[in-house]
Design a protein around this ligand. Structure first.
Ligand SMILES: NC(=O)C1=CN([C@@H]2O[C@H](COP(=O)(O)OP(=O)(O)OC[C@H]3O[C@@H](n4cnc5c(N)ncnc54)[C@H](OP(=O)(O)O)[C@@H]3O)[C@@H](O)[C@H]2O)C=CC1
Ligand SMILES: Nc1nc(=O)c2c([nH]1)NC[C@@H]1CN(c3ccc(C(=O)N[C@@H](CCC(=O)O)C(=O)O)cc3)C=[N+]21
Length: 322
């Protein structure tokens, strides 16, 4: 499996412009639609190779996904993670616990999974119900099985640029999208909008780290940022992780910028089969014509998150007992 910061052995694999669609923008400039679905498929192909290698050693990576409560969006993610594991031939355990599950019960499940040698990765779907202390749950997960990269040990390893740790799947996927699309981060002005521990903060750390997919000059914006449009207009690359539908408008974006849209928002769509549709944190229709490259929603960062989860689980298996 190839993590951008583990270059230079795979340097030659980067830089291939992956565009499945080219749209004519004003001034006859070409805009690249970066297909997360296509890059994810490539990552999954690398995963298949690694799984075959592990099989020769009699090892099979195993992932446990724990969901507390019945949030429909969370259920959908957990289902697709489970399905992807099965597609790849990974061992997959799906624990769907009732919303009333207590902190102690959840901790007991985590402990059992920590001790289970067939499980290499543990993910507790976020956010849990309000009565659960999420930070305590994250700390209870064995850092060597923390494929979400949320445990303090793994947060520290990311800050220290120690590649033995686990990096959160979504920022890892965003970085891989940039690298695969041949977008140079070295010296680029990047504005990350959002400072959460799951996306914004680790994204900023990855982009400022040394090496391929890093070496950027990073600004992290959030709800207290003054004049966000002016800050964003400085950016060669914008990563939007805000959680507000179509929040980033044309006024935020410089001509020729690259936009990575992390947002997944369900908005009402009367008359459609499901009654809702997914939109990003970026107003795609008005922003895309200004961009050199942009990711769509769906089909952008989302599929990459799942692919990187598989990659992290394989890494956990490779490192287990190594
Ligand atoms: N594609 C994928 O795989 C994933 C997608 N997501 C999606 O990404 C988005 C962000 O998720 P997450 O990071 O968990 O969300 P959080 O709600 O944890 O964080 C949102 C961040 O955006 C900032 N923010 C909110 N409003 C504004 C504003 N008006 N101006 C500037 N900044 C603002 C917040 O600032 P402050 O800190 O000041 O509150 C916060 O830092 C969501 O749409 C989520 O669904 C998330 C995970 C994975
Ligand atoms: N501990 C934890 N780890 C996570 O990684 C985590 C989490 N909690 N909580 C919620 C967020 C969100 N998330 C997504 C994963 C895949 C898609 C995805 O595959 N999206 C598809 C669309 C899916 C659909 O159609 O519903 C796409 O964008 O194309 C989206 C969102 C992971 N998260």
């Amino acid at each position: 499996m190839f993590f951008p910061w583990e270059k230079p052995r795979r340097e030659q694999e980067t830089g291939n412009l992956l565009a499945d669609t080219r749209i004519r923008a004003p001034f006859h400039r070409l805009m690249t639609l970066i297909s997360g679905t296509a890059v994810a498929e490539k990552v999954l192909e690398e995963c298949r190779r690694d799984i075959a290698e592990l099989a020769k050693l009699g090892k099979k990576p195993g992932l446990a996904v724990v969901l507390v409560g019945d949030d429909p969006a969370s259920r959908a993610y957990v289902r697709s993670k489970d399905k992807k594991c099965r597609d790849l031939g990974l061992h997959s355990v799906k624990l769907e616990l009732p919303a009333e599950t207590t902190q102690e019960e959840l901790l007991a499940h985590v402990e059992t999974l920590n001790r289970d040698p067939a499980i290499h990765g543990i993910l507790v779907q976020s956010p849990p119900p309000k009565h659960i202390d999420e930070a305590a749950i994250v700390r209870a997960i064995d850092p060597a099985k923390d494929v979400d990269g949320f445990h303090p040990i793994n947060v520290a390893k990311l800050a220290l640029e120690d590649s033995s740790g686990f990096v959160p799947c979504t920022p890892l996927g965003c970085q891989r999208l940039l690298v695969d699309a041949g977008i140079e981060t070295k010296g680029a002005n990047v504005v990350v909008v959002g400072r959460s521990m799951i996306v914004g903060k680790p994204m900023a750390l990855l982009l400022m780290a040394k090496g391929v997919g890093g070496d950027a000059t990073v600004t992290v914006a959030h709800s207290r940022t003054k004049d966000l449009p002016a800050i964003c207009r400085q950016a060669d690359i914008i990563v939007a992780a805000i959680g507000r539908p179509e929040f980033i408008k044309a006024e935020h974006v410089k001509e020729g910028a690259v936009v990575i849209d992390v947002g997944i928002n369900r908005v009402e769509a009367p008359g459609t089969e499901k009654g809702y549709k997914l939109v990003g944190d970026v107003a795609f229709a008005e922003v895309a014509p200004k961009c050199r490259a942009i990711t769509p929603v769906p089909g952008g960062v989302g599929p990459m998150t799942i692919a990187m989860l598989m990659a992290n689980t394989i890494k956990a298996c490779q490192q287990a007992g190594a």
